[in-house]
Write a protein that binds this ligand. Structure first.
Ligand SMILES: NC(=O)c1ccc[n+]([C@@H]2O[C@H](COP(=O)([O-])OP(=O)(O)OC[C@H]3O[C@@H](n4cnc5c(N)ncnc54)[C@H](OP(=O)(O)O)[C@@H]3O)[C@@H](O)[C@H]2O)c1
Length: 291
């Protein structure tokens, strides 16, 4: 395998009869940036392989997974709405998938077993670390949202020793999350802005602020924040959400969602294609070009 540091001089993608294959299962799946990212890495490392979008209806999910296995695929990413079905289908779950209750990466083992991983949360933490944004020991984080991404991010932060609180428009969903992740605190949605002073990290894990989402202009008040607060948004379209712009305006450190997207993909790529891919400025530029 040739490792080429410069994507401009990278070899053309090779696909022979021995190519390693993977893809992303979703419904719909056309919005997924994973094919652009994985095929960029395949080209960059000169790997004989391909990664394809796989639009699969929910009632066809299991049949599609078994078919991919039968066709010799190495595995697949799983996106909305299949993450929980993938969790149920896997023969073996790694601890992150067990804690997240969802699987975003399937690995087809040579003996026919299917291993399920959840890399969203560890991708977020890796992105935070890669940006040099360290939290104090036993730091405190507040997550906006209690959906699938929140669960994964909360579990990964807890695993790193962070005290995590969540707040969600629908309180019941936050309470459910707190039952699944012991130690998680729930803050009422109407009260989180006023209580922001007690946190080191704020993470928006809702779809608020996302282009085409329920409220693209979502911009809460950060007036109660301490100057040490790090503000992260896992939304990556746009790259700078109104929340991040407001935080930057107040002189706070910020982190966008693109890094999480890049880092969560690394583990699957390594499992299927046998190479640990780098996340650097070129990778980021390749992905940004596809947005
Ligand atoms: N950067 C990355 O790699 C990455 C990875 C995964 C996800 N994401 C992004 O994360 C976001 C959430 O994904 P998900 O899979 O967790 O979705 P999800 O399970 O559907 O959860 C959506 C969350 O957004 C909240 N929400 C939606 N509309 C709202 C509104 N009008 N007001 C207040 N809260 C609202 C929901 O609150 P309720 O419970 O009250 O409905 C829930 O907490 C998406 O934008 C997705 O693109 C990014």
């Amino acid at each position: 395998m040739t490792k080429t540091p410069d994507s401009d001089s990278a070899p053309l993608q090779i696909i022979t009869g021995k190519a390693r294959l993977a893809g992303v299962l979703g419904w719909p799946v056309s919005h997924s940036r994973s094919p652009a990212l994985h095929n960029y890495w395949l080209r960059r490392y000169g790997i004989d392989g391909a990664y394809v979008p796989l639009p699969v209806r929910p009632d066809q999910f299991e049949a599609a997974v078994r078919g991919l296995q039968a066709a010799g695929f190495r595995g697949a990413n799983v996106t909305i709405p299949h993450k929980e079905a993938a969790c149920a289908l896997a023969d073996e779950l790694d601890p992150s998938a067990q804690r997240a209750g969802a699987v975003n990466t399937l690995v087809f083992e040579a003996d026919g077993r299917i291993r399920g991983l959840s890399t969203d949360g560890s991708g977020f933490v890796a992105s935070l670390e890669a940006s040099g944004l360290r939290l104090p020991a036993s730091g405190r984080a507040l997550l906006l949202g209690a959906g699938g991404a929140a669960r994964s991010v909360a579990a990964a932060l807890q695993d790193g020793g962070v005290q995590v609180a969540v707040t969600n428009r629908t309180q019941e969903r936050a309470d459910t999350l707190a039952r699944l992740l012991p130690g998680l605190e729930v803050v009422p949605w109407a009260e989180w802005e006023a209580g922001l002073g007690g946190y080191d990290l704020l993470v928006n894990t809702t779809s608020l602020g996302m282009e085409g989402g329920p409220d693209p202009l979502f911009c809460p008040s950060l007036k109660a924040a301490s100057q040490a607060l790090v503000v992260a948004d896992i939304v990556y379209v746009p790259r700078q959400t109104p929340l991040l712009a407001e935080a930057a305006q107040q002189g706070l450190k910020t982190l966008g969602g693109l890094g999480m997207l890049l880092h969560q993909a690394r583990l699957g790529f390594r499992e299927w294609f046998g190479q640990d891919p780098v996340v650097d400025a070129q990778t980021e530029a390749a992905l940004t070009a596809s947005l």
